[in-house]
Design a protein around this ligand. Sequence first.
Ligand code: SF4
Ligand code: SF4
Length: 397
Amino acid sequence: MQTQLPAEFIATDRGQRANEILRSCVHCGFCNATCPTYQLSGDELDGPRGRIYLIKELFEGAESPERVTQHLDRCLTCRACETTCPSGVAYGELADIARRQIGPRRAGLQGALRQLLQWLVPNARRLRLLARIGRYVRFLLPRALASQVPSDVTHGLAGNTQGAKQVLLLQGCAQQVTTGGTNESVQSLLARLDIGVMTSPREGCCGSLDMHLGDEAKTLDAVRNNVDALFPLLAQVDAIVSTASGCGVTVKDYGSLMAADPAYAERAARVAEATVDISEYLGGMAATLTAKFPGKQVAWHPPCSLQHGQQVEGLVEKILTAAGYELLPVADAHLCCGSAGTYSVLQPDWSDQLRQSKLQALQSQQPDLIATANVGCQTHLAEGTKTPVKHWIELLS
Ligand code: SF4
Ligand code: SF4
């Protein structure tokens, strides 16, 4: 694609990178075929090719930020388009640059909801307190918020465990409040393999929420906090392990997020390099894992942040199959379930439609269980079905 970005923008690291990404797009449109929002609306501007064009026009000053914002806010950042693109266009990175350019502020209810989410979700204590209150006032809340109130409020891990090896586990902010059983399952599974689990009391939000809302200052603050919390522990552990793929994909990106900050660049890159998804950590030990619910049939939903963001594909399936589970076929496994971080709150109608389609695909063979790898997908899917939805690690012993 030809670009004419202003010279002063291209002179910045961000402008140069945006220009590179824009020029790598050949405008073929293959990506539209796997874009969930393009499938929903049929509007070119709600597909990746159209959004890339709008972003180019924004940077060139030829398009109003309002129009670009409308279509960019409808993007799930699922990155299915990246997996499909034959030219390797880094759409997610381009969208993040555009979001930072636009900034986090929005008018009216959208603006208020975004500020509430930024205040609430990255803080586990606030989230836990409001989740408790929310259960009693759920009926008073707008539909988009009411559906987010968890039915159970869980806690972080009680303490560290010891083993022949040690890992540093990312507890996640939403995960420890809404699906704390995931981290407990990891701890007891690893204990059986003589691997201890430690956590950092200073760990905070990974920064993904602020990043997807375009708040650069808060994103970088969150990353710096976690680099300060995690880096000093690296010498004691085998790896930093993430069990929420939405957090893992962001922590793995800390090196590039901090590349321009000389005080943090090197340490951030070391934290990113040490971080693995729990499926990557356990991949080589699949033969030692057994099924906790033998004989159950499982429908597997790979989160976008795992399959498209981290490009980890096939590993969970391999581990669950080796443990003895029958994995049922699921159509359109590449498509997002509609959770997508804050998307289910900010774009509830499209989010609902995507959940319905996803549940239809997942339940077409009547599974006993649905398994996934990210807290957002897990709670979002569970809201729409009576079939138990679990983190896949909870299926192992
Ligand atoms: S992002 Fe990739 S698939 Fe989509 S239009 Fe550009 S080159 Fe084609
Ligand atoms: S990230 Fe997902 S929703 Fe956004 S343009 Fe790409 S495929 Fe479409």
